[in-house]
Design a protein around this ligand. Sequence first.
Ligand SMILES: [Zn+2]
Length: 299
Amino acid sequence: MGREIRRVPLDFDWPLKKVWHGYLMPDSLDGIECTHCHGRAWSSHAKTLNDLWYGYLPFDPTSTGSTPLRHSTPAVRRFAERNVQQAPDYYGTGEAAIVREATRLADMWNQQWGHHLHQDDVDALLAADRLMDFTHTWTRETGWQKNEHAITPTAAQVNEWSLSGFGHDSYNVWICVKARCAREGVPSRCSHCNGDGYFEAYPGQRAEAEAWQRTDPPTGDGWQLWTTASEGSPMSPVFPTADDLAAWMSDPERGEDWVPAETAAAFIAEGWAPSFISTPKTGVVSGVEWVGHHATEED
Ligand SMILES: [Zn+2]
């Protein structure tokens, strides 16, 4: 997401704010979405398990042999203490506020399989090398390295770990869902579309869609401001010189996109700026402004 300068032919006349057609795969290359899995490619059982993971369907922790969390469970309590400490205006203060928040967290997490894995689920994650916090060590010098002395984590340890930090990502969910389907002897992939999620719209459509590549607009002598947000589209007319584009960018008519002339010039020299930059010193500023200042400082 950002702004960039493109050199396009002087007579380039793609409409402003419209995504360049070379960046969008034509609809004619779309497949037909499977009505059974809605393009997700999962079997209905896999979908059910996914919903249990996130608590979209009723879940019971004891069904996986896990112990339901309570407000007094140390990991829950620690999380609640942190929440209350960080936003006392919202949660209130003191023991009652902590217990209330801890009760809310415990109730929420007790409804999610993702925080109540069975040892079989943990074993599937270990087999896929997905629990590196337990099995690997990380240093700046060597990155992740397998820890030969690591002890196989228990389900209880992994479930406690899942309450803090980043926890499981969606790939971990898929690993657990797939392994549980296999243990239960049911398919994890949608049988209607062969687990593709889509049917070919015509023979060869899938190969054509895979072979499709985006094409950049033509290049030339003109200067134009583009946004890279939502694929990429032109934001300014095409100008014969960089100075003309800088003058356009620093014209008061640009409204809230207006930047000073020297900022525009520096930005054009730099060629690219993210939409917004946040720095401790300036707070959130527009990327054009930031690159402009930044380039000026370095000069
Ligand atoms: Zn399907």
